[in-house]
Each structure stands twice: as structure tokens, then as C-alpha cells.
Design a protein around this ligand. Structure first.
Ligand code: SF4
Length: 61
């Protein structure tokens, strides 16, 4: 399982980083980026962050 953030959709609200900081972090452009692996331990948090993203910028597949 892998997470991606579509940068054009990210509005830098920080929700995904707050919900799943082991996967998401801000990059140098101030957008969220999937920097960590999605594992069994954080997959539910990563999926919840994807559902909660206000602009549907997160793809998990
Ligand atoms: S929740 Fe969505 S809009 Fe907010 S920082 Fe994460 S990817 Fe960007």
C-alpha cells in the first residue's frame, strides 16, 4: 500500500500531518507529501487522513 498527495490539490491545511505524521509531512513548497511508508501500524490513520482531506488530495492504493 502506498500513499500519494496530488500537490495541485493540497491547500496545506495540515490535517493529514496531524492525523498521520508517520506518513505525511510538509515539503519545501509547504504542501503535504507522503514521506513515510504506509504500514500495518499506520494504514488506518493514513486512510482516515485521506478521507478527511478537504480537497481529496490524498490517494492511497
Ligand atoms: S489534508 Fe489534504 S489539503 Fe490538508 S495538508 Fe493534507 S493533503 Fe493537503
Amino acid at each position: 500500500m502506498k500513499a500519494y498527495v496530488v500537490p495541485e490539490r493540497c491547500i496545506s491545511c495540515g490535517l493529514c500531518i496531524g492525523m498521520c505524521g508517520s506518513v505525511f509531512d510538509f515539503n519545501e513548497d509547504g504542501k503535504s507529501e507522503a514521506v513515510g511508508e504506509v504500514t500495518n501500524d499506520n494504514a488506518e490513520d493514513a486512510k482516515a487522513a485521506a478521507r478527511g482531506c478537504p480537497t481529496e488530495a490524498i490517494i492511497i492504493e
